[in-house]
Design a protein around this ligand. Structure first.
Ligand code: HEC
Length: 246
């Protein structure tokens, strides 16, 4: 019985993020905090400025984001609403449906990306671009080989170059394998500033993927505490009821 229980627990406990890791370089740890409202506000602003030109968040409305992230409506209309004039509109992008012709691939909607591939993936992805002259945009990505997205954050991060190491397979064949990236040319941000910048965006996309997450976690703690307290009383009651039976 216990064995079966443990087996079920082992299947259920690791979330989607852990399951999404496929072969390839390990993801970096994003270290985001869904309760950090300032980080979420910065993430929202940066997303609107740098990503919403191509990517939509079509399952969310502007006014919902403003309410959840405590953004005043004047601020919302002035600094965040680039693709619509109506606060109740969904956050669609200005990108036409045939953008595939420009990029080779359609920029996906990012509302649920953090549920699909994990927050660590988004963080790593934004730190994984490296110079590659053979690609149409002159860049490639450590975590999504031969991707169709131009590196729009290059002015901020600067460019990175790939690092290779030799790997010998069981048949004795040695080949060069991509193992990481390292700085090549600097951008306008220091590495620490850039880390914070992409952490904020990853945090914001974690929020968009589950706007109720912070609340759910708080409710979860209260429910667990309640059950613990309730257990004590239930146990005492049980002892009281059964004491004459034996
Ligand atoms: C100029 C257009 C453009 C901009 C701006 C842009 N992207 Fe993209 N993005 C794309 C395209 C095109 C793809 C599809 C790549 C592919 O499938 O090869 C993509 C894919 C992605 C993916 C999915 C990767 C995957 O595993 O499928 C993520 C995550 C992403 N972009 C995040 C961002 C973020 C965050 C920003 C803002 C900092 C941003 N993008 C800005 C065009 C853009």
């Amino acid at each position: 019985m216990l064995k079966r229980f443990l087996l079920i627990a082992a299947v259920l406990v690791p979330g989607g993020a852990a399951l999404a890791q496929e072969a390839g370089p390990a993801f970096l740890h994003a270290g985001t905090d869904i309760d950090d409202v300032q980080s979420l506000q910065r993430g929202a602003r940066d997303f609107m400025n740098y990503c919403s030109g191509c990517h939509s968040l079509q399952y969310l409305r502007y006014n919902r984001v403003a309410k959840d992230l405590q953004i005043p409506s004047a601020e919302l209309e002035k600094n965040l609403m680039f693709t619509s004039t109506k606060p109740f509109a969904h956050i669609v992008s200005a990108m036409p449906a045939d953008a595939t012709a420009w990029f080779g691939n359609q920029p996906p909607d990012l509302t649920l990306m953090a549920r699909y591939k994990g927050v660590d993936y988004i963080y790593s992805f934004l730190k994984g671009f490296y110079a590659d002259k053979t690609r149409p945009w002159g860049v490639n990505n450590l975590y999504l080989a031969n991707l169709a997205m131009p590196f729009v954050l290059a002015p901020l991060q600067g460019l990175q170059k790939p690092v290779y190491h030799n790997e010998t397979d069981p048949s004795g064949h040695t080949s060069m394998q991509l193992s990481g990236v390292e700085p090549m040319t600097p951008g306008s941000m220091t590495p620490e500033q850039y880390d914070r910048f992409v952490r904020d965006i990853a945090n914001f996309l974690d929020y968009t993927a589950e706007p109720i997450k912070a609340k759910r976690e708080t409710i979860g703690i209260f429910v667990t505490l309640f059950l613990l307290v309730f257990f004590v009383f239930a146990y005492l009651l049980k002892k009281e009821y059964w004491k004459d039976v034996h």
